[in-house]
Design a protein around this ligand. Structure first.
Ligand code: ADP
Ligand code: 5GP
Length: 207
C-alpha cells in the first residue's frame, strides 16, 4: 500500500510568545516523529545559533533570487528581514509519509493556509501582552526599539487568531508542548483521514 501522506503542522503566533522554545521542547522528546522544516532567513545569526540547524542564513540577494525561482511555500518580511519556508523539503518529506512541522510568523501562516487548506494551524498565545513584553525583554536579543515594534506587531497578530484551528496558551512550556502533541494526535484520528485509508483498503481488497 502507498504511504499515507504526512500532515503539515503550522505553529504560529506573536514573536516572543515562545514558539521557538516550545518547538525545541517538542523536538527534544524522543517520541516526536514529526520533521522540523528549517527556515531560511536574512537576519543576523544570534549567539549560540548554527547555520543549517536553527536557520539557513542567507544574504538578501540570495533570498530574493530564491523568491524569483519560486523556492518558497511562503515567505514574509518581518521586522526588516526575510523569513521563508523552502518548498522542496516540505513536499518531499510529506510525500514520504512524515508529518512536517513549521514554526512561522502569522503572515506566512496565512499564505500556507491558502496553499495547504488541509494543514493543521495552531496559534500559540501568550497568557497576556505584559507576559509577551517580559519574555522579549528577558530574551535580551533585541534593542528597546525592536522590542516595541515586535510588541506592536504582536497586537495585530493576536487579532489574527481567527485563521487558526486551535489556540494553545503558552503558560508553561511543558503544558504547551503536551497540548500541541495531543492536538496532532487527535488530528490523525479525524474521521476523514481514517475513512480515506479504509476506502483504499476496501478498493484494494476487491482487486
Ligand atoms: P518566539 O520564538 O515565539 O519568538 P522564544 O521561544 O524566543 O519566542 O521565547 C521568547 C522568550 O520567552 C525566551 O526568553 C523564552 O525563554 C521565554 N519563554 C518561552 N516560553 C515561556 C514560558 N512558557 N514561560 C516563561 N517564559 C517563556
Ligand atoms: P526570530 O528572528 O525571533 O528567529 O523569528 C522572528 C519570527 O519569524 C518568529 O515569529 C518566527 O516564528 C518567524 N519565522 C521563522 N521562520 C519563518 C519562516 O520560514 N517563515 C515565516 N513567515 N516566519 C518565520
Amino acid at each position: 500500500m502507498d504511504n499515507e501522506k504526512g500532515l503539515l503542522i503550522v505553529l504560529s503566533g506573536p514573536s516572543g510568545v515562545g514558539k521557538g522554545t516550545v518547538r525545541k521542547k517538542i523536538f527534544e522528546d524522543p517520541s516526536t516523529s514529526y520533521k522540523y522544516s528549517i527556515s531560511m532567513t536574512t537576519r543576523n545569526m544570534r549567539e549560540g545559533e548554527e547555520d543549517g540547524v536553527d536557520y539557513f542564513f542567507k544574504t538578501k540577494a540570495e533570498f530574493e533570487e530564491l523568491i524569483k525561482q519560486d523556492q518558497f511555500i511562503e515567505y514574509a518580511e518581518y521586522v526588516g528581514n526575510y523569513y521563508g519556508t523552502p518548498v522542496e523539503y516540505v513536499k518531499n518529506t510529506m510525500d514520504d509519509g512524515y508529518d512536517v512541522f513549521l514554526e512561522i510568523e502569522v503572515e506566512g501562516a496565512k499564505q500556507v493556509r491558502k496553499k495547504f487548506p488541509d494543514a493543521l494551524f495552531i496559534f500559540l498565545a501568550p497568557p497576556s501582552l505584559d507576559d509577551l513584553r517580559e519574555r522579549l525583554v528577558g530574551r535580551g536579543t533585541e534593542s528597546d526599539e525592536k522590542i516595541q515594534s515586535r510588541v506592536t506587531e504582536a497586537r495585530k497578530e493576536v487579532e489574527m487568531m481567527n485563521l487558526y484551528d486551535y489556540v494553545v496558551v503558552n503558560d508553561e512550556i511543558d503544558l504547551a508542548k503536551q497540548r500541541i502533541q495531543s492536538i496532532v494526535d487527535a488530528e490523525h484520528l479525524k474521521r476523514e483521514r481514517i475513512e480515506a485509508k479504509y476506502r483504499k483498503m476496501i478498493l484494494e481488497a476487491k482487486k
